[in-house]
Ligand binder design. Structure first.
Ligand SMILES: [Zn+2]
Length: 142
C-alpha cells in the first residue's frame, strides 16, 4: 500500500455530509480543496492520486473518452487524467471521469451514466457494469 505523505494528509478535505449515496459507492475519493489531488479508498486499500485536466495537442482539441474505471463515455470537459504513483519516481495515468463518481455512473444514477448508454450503445446489465468497475479498480490498484 502506498504511503500517504503528511503533506497530503493535511490538505485532504473530508466532509461526509457532502458525499451522497454512500451505499452505492464502490470506492471513495477524498481530495484537497482544489480537487487536484487526494486519496482513493477502495475496500482496505488507500492510495494517493493526482487529478489533472487533459491537455489538447497543439492546435487540436481533446476528444471524448471512455473512463478507464467505469467505461462511461465522457465529453472532454468531464474527463481528467488520474495519476497514481508506482514507487520511486514512476507513475501510471488513466483517463477517467473528472468527478470520480464512477460508482454512480455505472448504476445509471447520473445523467452522464444515462447519456453514455446511448452514446456507446452498451447493452449490459447494471450488475455486470458494477462488477466490471470493481475488476478495473482492482487492476488499477495492483
Ligand atoms: Zn468513470
Amino acid at each position: 500500500m502506498a504511503r500517504i505523505k503528511p503533506r497530503l494528509r493535511k490538505i485532504l478535505r473530508f466532509v461526509p455530509e457532502e458525499i451522497t449515496d454512500w451505499s452505492s459507492r464502490d470506492f471513495l475519493a477524498v481530495t484537497d480543496k482544489s480537487g487536484n489531488e487526494g486519496v482513493l479508498i477502495y475496500q482496505d486499500t488507500t492510495v494517493p492520486f493526482i487529478l489533472s485536466p487533459r491537455v489538447a495537442r497543439a492546435g487540436g482539441k481533446v476528444s471524448a473518452v471512455i473512463c478507464d474505471i467505469c467505461a462511461t463515455w465522457r465529453p472532454d470537459p468531464e474527463s481528467a487524467v488520474f495519476t497514481l504513483p508506482k514507487g520511486d519516481s514512476r507513475s501510471v495515468s488513466y483517463l477517467v471521469c473528472a468527478d470520480l463518481d464512477c460508482s454512480l455512473h455505472v448504476r445509471g444514477m447520473t445523467d452522464a451514466g444515462i447519456l453514455s448508454r446511448s452514446q456507446i450503445h452498451e447493452d449490459i446489465t447494471p450488475d455486470r457494469r458494477q462488477e466490471r468497475l470493481r475488476e478495473r479498480i482492482t487492476a488499477i490498484l495492483t
